[in-house]
Write a protein that binds this ligand. Sequence first.
Ligand code: AP5
Ligand code: MG
Length: 215
Amino acid sequence: MNIIFMGPPGAGKGTQSDFIIEKYHIPHIATGDMFRAALKNETALGLEAKKYMDAGKLVPDEVTINIVKERLQEDDTKDGFLFDGFPRTIAQAKALDEMLSGMNRNIDLVINIDVPFDTLLKRLSGRRICKSCGASYHVEFNPSKVEGVCDKCGGELYTRSDDNEESARVRLETYTNETKPLIAYYQEKGLYHEVNGLQSVEDVFNDIAKIIEGK
Ligand code: AP5
Ligand code: MG
């Protein structure tokens, strides 16, 4: 199954991805995580991406499309994948269609996690991420058992540099202008599904699982 997770920053894409990959055994391809990993390794790609990420802007399409193209060449994606945060522009969606058709593959489902903007700002400002395994927590809505420590691996929790209020506002604006038009793009293709992201993490996951299993 080839799935795209859409949704504004803070909607819960990363949180839900953890459940999906565990249940359906498909690789998680999150362009934001790939850029953050590149930055951690101080590669040219990471340093280039940081400029855009910290400002809440999108990394240029050409750069993003290339890293996805390379990732899709890897064997583990052959039996399915879960995209989180890609595509994010119409140009990326068209490039993805082209890439996949050249590989005789296609997207099966697009799932958008819908959450209103006032809630998203609260989610982003309270988010904490594990330095080691990338698991996502929230100081109020989804706290770790021990403050500052990951439940899953014991790693140290940190705040993402783009989760400050100013970057978060720009990210939401960028989403409205550049990513939201993808809803109509995938509706026209008959691939689009939406879940109510205001529910508990478990209920959002149950709704997503119903969509996947109804396919
Ligand atoms: P990326 O890393 O993809 O960030 P994002 O899309 O802004 O989304 P987030 O990761 O912030 O949110 P999420 O939906 O994963 O929410 P989460 O599960 O963590 O991208 C970062 C940057 O990289 C971009 O700004 C851009 O610069 C660049 N980039 C990435 N992809 C790109 C692309 N394709 N093209 C160009 N540039 C690209 O949850 C958020 C919080 O809410 C957590 O604290 C969580 O615990 C909590 N939470 C989750 N679910 C619930 C719930 N149901 N109830 C209550 N709280 C909840
Ligand atoms: Mg994420």
